[in-house]
Design a protein around this ligand. Structure first.
Ligand code: TYD
Length: 212
């Protein structure tokens, strides 16, 4: 097996969490040991950081710099205490968002210098980067609509969903720029199709990547 560390990325409402779960289920059905993780979170500390980062409280603003380090802190913990041990045991690690989210949201979305964000990745991850990354590509307006249907009317579920469409467009174009720069690692999947069709496509691509 070549692709041992697989991540899913995309804007809000792109359906990546569902696809990450379906891939993991299929791996297990095929007796391939796999762990499903999500970011931020996945450890006791990471879940606490997740609540701080997601909580929509207009009176408790978080600066872009603090936000960058909170995501990095959650990721450092997840890497050391879950991802590296799972990879060492020969498991496939499937992660719903990873460091590309930080580049897309904190560099392209919030405007932090991309070179600084990359240095933070180096500090947090060393040489451990995903082998394969699925970018679920969805029109931003469509994704925001899907998310707003999931939430109570007029009440955003979290700080990122409360951001304007313009922010999510910058995130989206950031993702596409990242994918263009690393075409071997990134597989861009148009996210409009039926859930099962997308899952089949992702399963095939993951299999091909493993056979290379
Ligand atoms: P989550 O509920 O997991 O969103 P989604 O279902 O869209 O994955 O919330 C995570 C939010 O945090 C999401 O809006 C993207 C944002 N995020 C960053 O800004 N930077 C990061 O490094 C990560 C991992 C997530």
């Amino acid at each position: 097996m070549k692709a041992k560390f697989i991540t899913f990325e995309g804007v809000e409402g792109s359906g990546k969490s569902t696809q990450a779960r379906l891939l993991c289920e299929r791996l297990e059905e095929n007796s391939i040991p796999a762990v499903l993780l999500r970011e931020p979170g996945g450890t006791a500390v990471g879940e606490k950081i997740r609540r701080v980062l997601k909580d929509y409280d207009p009176l408790a603003e978080i600066s872009p710099q603090a936000e960058l380090f909170l995501f990095a802190a959650s990721r450092a913990e997840l890497l050391q205490s879950v991802i590296l041990p799972a990879l060492a045991e020969g498991k496939i690690v499937v992660c719903d968002r990873f460091h590309d989210s930080t580049t897309a949201y904190q560099a392209f979305g919030r405007g932090i210098d991309i070179g600084i964000v990359q240095q933070v990745h180096k500090l947090t991850l060393g040489d451990t980067i995903p082998d394969l990354t699925f970018l679920l590509d969805l029109d931003v307006a469509g994704g925001m609509k899907r998310v707003s249907l999931r939430n109570e009317p007029g009440r955003p579920d979290d700080r990122f969903e409360a951001e304007k469409e313009e922010f999510h467009r910058r995130v989206q174009s950031g993702y596409l720029a990242l994918a263009g720069g690393e075409p071997d690692r990134f597989k861009v999947i148009p996210a409009e199709g039926a859930i099962e069709e997308l899952a089949d496509k992702i399963w095939r691509i993951a299999g091909d990547a493993n056979e290379q």
